[in-house]
Design a protein. Structure first.
Length: 138
């Protein structure tokens, strides 16, 4: 749902600034946003390339990718961690800290692995230190 929303927001933004074929770029955004970091970077490069060809000035050509990067950054750093945190009953702040820490430690690979590593650590911690005492049957 987040990727569809990002595609719709991108499509609306492109339509408002007069970019050609906003629906195509919205669909492209939906598809490529499944690839973290690399997908939005590809969309931004494509928007810049098309903008350089289709827009009359350099400022207008750079407007679409700049706005897209701003929208994708807000989505990737605030909206997605908040939704993931609520759906997986984890604190959005913990998801954000995991993203920051693993990106700092391992770069883009760490960013790919941040949330799965956080989930695994919560599961392991839950098995090592159970919250409630287990009762044996009988």
């Amino acid at each position: 749902m987040i990727n569809i929303a990002l595609g719709l927001v991108t499509m609306a933004m492109l339509y408002l600034i007069g970019f050609p074929n906003p629906v195509t770029f919205g669909l492209l955004t939906i598809g490529l946003n499944y690839i973290p970091y690399i997908g939005p970077a590809i969309v931004a490069l494509i928007l810049l390339s098309v903008g350089l060809v289709a827009m009359p000035t350099l400022a207008l050509a750079a407007l679409a990718p700049a706005l897209f990067v701003a929208i994708a950054t807000v989505e990737g750093h605030f909206i997605t961690p908040g939704v993931i945190g609520r759906r997986l009953t984890m604190s959005p702040f913990m998801v954000f800290l995991a993203l920051v820490f693993w990106t700092w430690l391992w770069g883009p690979i760490g960013a790919f692995l941040a949330v799965p590593l956080l989930i695994v650590s919560f599961v392991v911690l839950g098995h090592l230190v159970p919250r409630e005492e287990m009762n044996l049957p009988g």
